[in-house]
Design a protein around this ligand. Structure first.
Ligand code: HEC
Ligand code: HEC
Ligand code: HEC
Ligand code: HEC
Length: 163
């Protein structure tokens, strides 16, 4: 190229433009490889996720799913202070224990017979609403004349109807 030509200086611009083009192509290629097909179908998330979550098996059945086999516990619980606490919150999802379609027990339901279960909800914490019943567990057990053992709470409270 004629060293006098003004275009001689433009080659830097061409190089920059080619580099920019290469980056752009790499970005488009990367996007088509990594962004899931159904991204953006309904909004800024993967559209297929909706169907995937919908198709997951339902594991919880609510208190009514226990009633047909545990009518005594069901009735005691429904009439007590823990009526608003789901059976499955303390035990486990019904599907772990029973095949509801067959009506058959498939595994033992967990029973957490320990102070820790009660402490999950009743241990005194600053962060809990002040009007929620909560106790300094050790002090509470000892001041009521109990022994502070791992299953202390069950000496005086029935988990299904605690008062
Ligand atoms: C189709 C009947 C059926 C349904 C529905 C059912 N259970 Fe059971 N459950 C049983 C049988 C049977 C046993 C075993 C009793 C035994 O071995 O003494 C049992 C035992 C238990 C035990 C005691 C386990 C142990 O080791 O002592 C718990 C706790 C329990 N079920 C909780 C639940 C809860 C909570 C639900 C509802 C979410 C539920 N069950 C739904 C039939 C059922
Ligand atoms: C606050 C927690 C909690 C809730 C809510 C709860 N349970 Fe329990 N459940 C326990 C604990 C703890 C035991 C073990 C009690 C023991 O050994 O003294 C137990 C024991 C049982 C047992 C074994 C039999 C027995 O009495 O020892 C069955 C069956 C049972 N629960 C069913 C249910 C059902 C059905 C519901 C709901 C209607 C329910 N539970 C709600 C904590 C709970
Ligand atoms: C999943 C949370 C949860 C667990 C676990 C739990 N509770 Fe409760 N408990 C509650 C709720 C909710 C209430 C009702 C509070 C209300 O009425 O304001 C309650 C009420 C009570 C009350 C009555 C308080 C009052 O002044 O009316 C006692 C006592 C109690 N629970 C003891 C226990 C014991 C003992 C255990 C362990 C076996 C336990 N709770 C496990 C949530 C829980
Ligand atoms: C020796 C008996 C005894 C033992 C053990 C015991 N409690 Fe209590 N609990 C009581 C009595 C009695 C009351 C009602 C009077 C009161 O508020 O002190 C009560 C009340 C409660 C209340 C309601 C408090 C309120 O402010 O409304 C909660 C929550 C509670 N207990 C949880 C527990 C937990 C959790 C454990 C196990 C760490 C436990 N208790 C062990 C006797 C006991």
């Amino acid at each position: 190229m004629n060293p006098e030509s003004p275009l001689i200086h433009a080659k830097h611009v061409f190089r920059a433009a080619i580099l920019l083009l290469a980056v752009l192509i790499a970005m488009l290629l990367g996007r088509s490889l990594f962004v899931p097909e159904t991204w953006g179908e309904f909004g800024p998330y993967r559209g297929a996720a909706v169907a995937e979550h919908r198709d997951k098996p339902i594991r919880h059945g609510g208190n009514d799913s226990c009633a047909m086999c545990h009518d005594a516990e069901y009735a005691e619980h429904a009439g007590g202070e823990h009526a608003s606490v789901q059976c499955e919150s303390c035990h486990g999802p019904v599907a772990f224990h029973v095949d509801l379609e067959e009506g058959e027990v498939v595994a033992e339901m967990p029973v957490h017979r320990s102070r820790e279960l009660c402490e999950l909800c009743h241990l005194r914490l600053e962060a809990r609403p002040a009007d929620f019943p909560q106790v300094d567990v050790r002090e509470h057990v000892l001041s009521n004349g109990g022994e502070f053992t791992p299953d202390a709470c069950f000496e005086c409270h029935d988990p299904h109807s605690p008062i």
